[in-house]
Design a protein around this ligand. Structure first.
Ligand code: FSO
Ligand code: SF4
Length: 547
């Protein structure tokens, strides 16, 4: 069985995973994910027509968001879960078709993604093999379609987090479905697709703003916080991924049980929220970025809850202590079912298991300071503006994005360490783990690493930039003393990049390698239009970015 996937930065040889995923995705799962995407495009096609006739199908909207999120890198490796979702999509297509026909809507020349169905699961694999990424022959159209699709996956992931907290915007799902269904249209030109890609950036900003509103109105505005990286002597549960509502329910259910809760990876910034800080058993952050989980989960000793990406295929040593929930899945790993109406998730299995586990083995014993989301930084605005005016701060360097396994990512540690003392790093996402324990000091009380939060909080960095633009009375965001040296890994980072382009940011450096899904011509468009560039050596980049 062959597969083809090039959606993330670690794609094999920088070109594409064809035998199995570097992420651990097996070929059978990879092609079923392709098929799920294909079915989702078909569902979206009907939804676009339905909307034109005043018909809205909320189930199909939720399905679209969940399916896109499921196919994001490191989210779902579970064949059974993907098959179930494909079947759900086929049923939805049937019901949408009936809904439209009953509404008197006549449909002609429907694409195969809309009409295709299967009498049994056996037909899935042969279909899946025929509709993957490389079924689009023209490499530029393929590149643009995939760039668009990955941006939409990013929107879906961020929207899912807002949606879970009860924040919805039908315009976002309308756009996702319109753009997904456009990837089926062979009459669209490269320019049409570029237009949709730019619109994806616009909706990316809308979605990130909605998520920011969802998080801050539910859990309060992040505050400057010192997070402990050592361990206590109680049994504990480790929570990873990005989902704040899961954490909320876990903290409530563990309160008074004698079981502590620690964060891992991208859950670190949850310590900055007032609503979570109040729990005395919310003990600290354990470990580093996602890719170190195998080693760190092993040493944690207690149960681990994976709420979203990035999941790595688990080792036998902790498999029995690992739980997935929501969109995440892995064959043979216990899955905590979704909420039933207003009833929260039931984490009692983790709590009972924790009580019989030894406390975590200490990995380190220090602290990390964070919580510099936009409200907090804007509260310091006078101080920051003064520091820029007096020259105490010469440049801000946005080093947001993702971390990953590649050795070449040591570049980001070296780059941060070598930055002159009059520069401040603005960060969000797990990229921060490359330099957030370096102790880079402060400038007149302003820390030199300002962590706005998760990759989900990248919106904060845009708000800060726009505020500085306003304060300094500038016309162009690029006239600010801000440079962008962003590390990417998966599709949420693709969306953040498109959102920055939509805001007019130019000359972004993207590393550690440029996406393998960019054809030479599409890469040229990005370079010529937006000045996007890769990275070279630390010294060369420091010289060019700080000049
Ligand atoms: Fe990291 Fe993974 Fe948050 Fe990503 S944990 S890499 S951009 O999925 O989501 O920053
Ligand atoms: Fe390869 Fe990345 Fe796709 Fe996994 S997600 S199969 S590593 S390109």
């Amino acid at each position: 069985m062959s597969m083809f996937c090039f959606q993330c930065q670690e794609t094999a040889g920088g070109k594409g995973c064809t035998k199995s995923g570097v992420c651990g995705k097996t070929p059978d799962v990879a092609i079923l994910q392709d098929l799920l995407l294909y079915v989702t495009k078909g569902v979206s096609y009907y939804c676009v027509i339905a909307r034109d006739h005043g018909i809205q199908n909320l189930f199909a909207e939720v399905f679209t968001v969940e399916s896109l999120f499921m196919t994001l890198t490191n989210v779902n490796f579970d064949r059974a879960a993907i098959l179930k979702k494909i079947r759900e999509g086929l049923r939805l297509k049937d019901s949408l078709q009936i809904q439209l026909l009953n509404g008197g809507v006549k449909m002609f020349n429907l694409p195969d993604a809309a009409t295709w169905t299967a009498a049994s699961d056996e037909e899935f694999e042969s279909k899946a093999a025929a509709i993957g990424v490389i079924s689009t022959q023209n490499e530029d159209i393929r590149s643009l379609r995939e760039l668009l699709t990955y941006g939409l996956k990013g929107i879906a992931a961020y929207y899912h987090h807002a949606f879970v907290l009860g924040f919805k915007d039908p315009e976002i799902t309308r756009f996702i479905q319109k753009a997904l269904s456009a990837t089926l249209d062979d009459t669209l030109s490269a320019d049409d697709l570029v237009g949709l890609i730019m619109e994806t950036g616009k909706y990316g900003v809308t979605t990130l703003a909605l998520l920011d509103q969802a998080n801050t109105s539910t859990y309060g505005s992040p505050e400057i916080t010192t997070v402990n990286t050592g361990v206590r002597q109680n049994p504990a549960i480790l929570i990873s991924g990005h989902d704040l509502k899961d954490l909320d329910e876990l903290l409530k259910q563990t309160e008074g049980t004698g079981v502590d809760v620690y964060t891992h990876g991208e859950m670190l910034p949850s310590h900055y929220y007032p609503e979570f800080k109040k729990y005395s058993h919310f003990a600290g952050n354990y470990g580093n970025a996602w890719w170190k989980q195998a080693e760190e989960f092993e040493k944690f000793n207690g149960p681990i809850l994976m709420t979203t990406n990035c999941l790595v295929p688990p080792k036998d040593s902790y498999k029995g202590r690992l739980f997935t929930t929501s969109i995440v899945g892995f064959e043979g790993i216990q899955h905590i079912p979704d909420r039933d109406g207003n009833k929260g998730k039931d984490f009692s299995a983790l709590i009972e298991m924790a009580k019989n586990c030894p406390p975590p083995t200490e990995l380190e014993n220090g602290s990390i300071v964070g919580g510099f989301a936009h409200q907090q930084v804007l509260a310091l605005a006078d101080k920051v503006v003064e520091a820029v005016k007096t020259g105490a701060i010469k440049k801000f360097v946005v080093m947001a994005g993702c971390d990953g396994r590649m050795k070449s990512r040591e570049y980001y540690t070296d780059f941060a360490a070598k930055l002159p003392k009059d520069t401040v790093i603005l960060t969000a996402g797990c990229a921060k783990y490359r330099y957030n324990k370096l102790n880079l000091g402060d400038i007149g009380g302003i820390p030199r690493v300002l962590d706005a939060g998760q990759c989900n909080d990248s919106y904060s960095l845009a708000v800060i930039a726009l505020k500085l633009k306003e304060v300094f009375g500038l016309e162009d965001i690029n006239a600010l003393p801000i440079v962008y040296n962003i590390a990417w890994y998966e599709q949420k980072a693709v969306l953040v990049l498109l959102a920055l382009l939509h805001l007019g940011v130019k000359n972004i450096h993207l590393g550690p390698t440029l996406p393998g899904f960019l054809s030479p011509n599409v890469a040229k468009i990005l370079i010529d239009t937006f000045g996007i560039g890769g990275i070279s050596s630390v010294d060369e980049d420091l010289a060019s970015m700080l000049s």
